[in-house]
Design a protein around this ligand. Structure first.
Ligand code: SF4
Length: 558
């Protein structure tokens, strides 16, 4: 990526003079403009705009305004007001003192253009490129990643509310464009059922009554779909997103039994990843992490974390809430590679690692993926005198495993597990195990002999050596630095509204997260330039009294 010539628009003399008088010691926008110029130029946004005519406000200014909006957690109206009234904003944007600004709706339109042109990441990458040139970040340092949940901007609905609201949303959409057509056939009972939001306190109580009510809604929805697909209906009604969402929801929620529409049992519903909770944000999904459940999205922040260097967000990924963290490890590495910001060490939690990723990251990109391998979860590993995998001796050449009682395995079968990973299924002799006096230490199955599921040799040996390594003090001290990313997520949530999406849909939510990442970087750059040190983890007075030094060790956070 080549850098644009900077600055592109000089700061008007009067603006510069008044800004210096108003902020004799400078402020973050003045510092940013003096240090990095305008960051963006119109060249980056050229594909988004018509070659004819001239935009009311330069795209580079709009991009910066979007970032400043997230820096201060402002609405579009407040941001447009700040452009008109704030001298430090005018300084950064190179605007005249009397510049009239723009209508706030321009910002929404600009965000749509950014999304349509897939330029979200470029906004962050452009800033990172300049940071690289300044020597503030470099390739092959340390980076860390973690994720947090993001709540969708919708009311969370139970299943019955969700079905009712899906039909209500479709009716509202059709009533907006074809009111007379709808009025011509709709039943008067529907106005009672769908005239107001479908809310739990108005719904029937009791399992049977609710089932009947759900099937009534189902039959009404089918009526609407049949009417929309009839020859008398305007064909474009089938293209309305709310109608299509109704059609898809009905396929997932109902089935036809001898001509009657029935509500599916919970066990017959589509998987969570394919099921929408609300028609008002159909892309939001149900998520579950430890004891936290939510509807919406998940954001993954990756940042540099070298000691005594600036800690900057290098990559932002947004996914729906149901996507597991481990699916993002590879895309993060690919994105960092494209930015020429691959780390030497990548610190992550257990959700981002497995032996396959550990090996491919090291081999393909030279990255040491540092994260705790999941412990052996078998009951044998949890009981002191039981025989877990570590007590069996594996001879990879002869393809035989010897148990703690000296018996050799009977079969060795390479196969695939439920997730398609290569594994080896090892089984012992039924006769040996039946006669074994230590059987209760080995298996709880009354009829079958002991069996083991092994990974291929390289993965097996790596897993065991890593589990061993992770118990060492040296590894734990090295890994301790990962904890700082929790502070980064906390900063995003507390200062930049990361916990709740402002917008509807994955694409706009992702843009919000990228802008938040840039805002966090700008805060960190200006803090660094003004000598504000990294914040350390706060330890309570009580915790400092503990003898356990691990409670008192303080990693750098920001
Ligand atoms: S139960 Fe079978 S595999 Fe287990 S120790 Fe006894 S003989 Fe070995």
């Amino acid at each position: 990526m080549s850098l644009h010539p900077r600055p592109i628009d000089p700061i008007p003399e009067a603006t510069a003079r008044v800004a210096r008088q108003a902020f004799p010691k400078g402020n973050r926008y003045i510092l940013l403009r003096d240090e990095l110029g305008t960051i963006y130029t119109d060249v980056e946004f050229a594909p988004l705009f018509s070659v004819h005519g001239q935009s009311a406000l330069s795209p580079w200014r709009l991009a910066l305004i979007c970032v400043m909006q997230f820096l201060e957690d402002l609405t579009d109206r407040q941001a447009a007001d700040a452009v008109r009234s704030r001298i430090d904003w005018k300084y950064l944007l190179s605007l005249d003192l009397g510049d009239p600004g723009f209508d706030f709706s321009v910002l929404s339109e600009f965000r749509n253009r950014i999304i349509a042109g897939h330029l979200e990441q470029r906004l962050l990458d452009q800033l990172l490129e300049q940071c690289k040139q300044k020597g503030w970040i470099k390739e092959r340092g340390k980076q860390r990643t973690d994720s947090t949940h993001v709540l969708a901007a919708i009311r969370t609905l139970n299943r019955l509310e969700s079905i009712g609201e899906t039909l209500r949303a479709a009716l509202n959409a059709v009533a907006t464009v074809e009111p007379e057509w709808l009025k011509g056939w709709v039943s008067s009972a529907w106005f009672e059922r769908y005239g107001r939001p479908v809310e739990e306190y108005r719904l029937p109580k009791g399992k049977e009554a609710r089932q009947t009510y759900a099937e009534t809604i189902g039959a009404d929805g089918m009526d609407l779909l049949e009417q929309v697909w009839s020859e008398a209906a305007p064909p474009y009604l089938r293209e309305i997103p709310a109608v299509d969402h109704l059609r898809q929801t009905w396929i997932g929620q109902f089935w036809v039994d001898n001509g009657h529409l029935r509500l599916r049992d919970a066990k017959d519903l589509p998987p969570v990843g394919k099921r929408s909770n609300s028609p008002y944000d159909p892309e939001a999904r149900y998520g579950n992490k430890r004891s936290t459940t939510w509807t919406g999205y998940k954001v993954h922040l990756t940042e540099t974390c070298d000691a005594d260097a600036m800690h900057l967000v290098t990559h932002v990924i947004t996914s729906t809430a149901n996507v597991p963290d481990i699916e993002q490890t590879e895309p993060i590495h690919q994105a960092l590679k494209a930015k020429r910001l691959l780390p030497r060490e990548h610190l992550v939690d257990a959700g981002y690692v497995d032996t396959g990723l550990f090996m491919t990251s090291r081999k393909t990109d030279g990255i040491e993926l540092m994260g705790p391998m999941r412990p052996n979860g078998s009951w044998q590993a949890k009981e002191a005198d039981a025989y877990d995998l570590s007590q069996f001796h594996i001879n990879w050449n002869t393809k035989k495993v010897t148990c703690p009682q000296g018996k050799k395995s009977k079969s060795w079968t390479p196969t695939k597990d439920a997730w398609g990973n290569a594994v080896i299924y090892v089984k012992f002799s039924r006769t040996h195990c039946r006669l074994c006096q230590y059987r209760t230490h080995c298996t709880r199955c009354a009829t079958e002999p002991r069996s083991l599921t092994l990974r291929p040799k390289a993965a097996h040996q790596l897993l065991h050596s890593m589990r061993h390594q992770q118990k060492t003090l040296e590894w734990q001290q090295q890994y301790h630095q990962r904890a700082g990313v929790e502070g980064t997520l906390s900063q995003g949530i507390e200062c930049f509204g990361l916990r709740r999406t402002r917008y509807i849909g994955l694409a706009k939510t992702h843009l919000q997260h990228v802008l938040t990442g840039i805002a966090m970087n700008i805060t960190r750059i200006t803090s660094w330039l003004t000598g504000i040190p990294h914040v350390h983890t706060r330890i309570s007075r009580f915790a400092t009294l503990a003898d356990d030094s691990s409670l008192c060790s303080v990693p750098n956070l920001l």
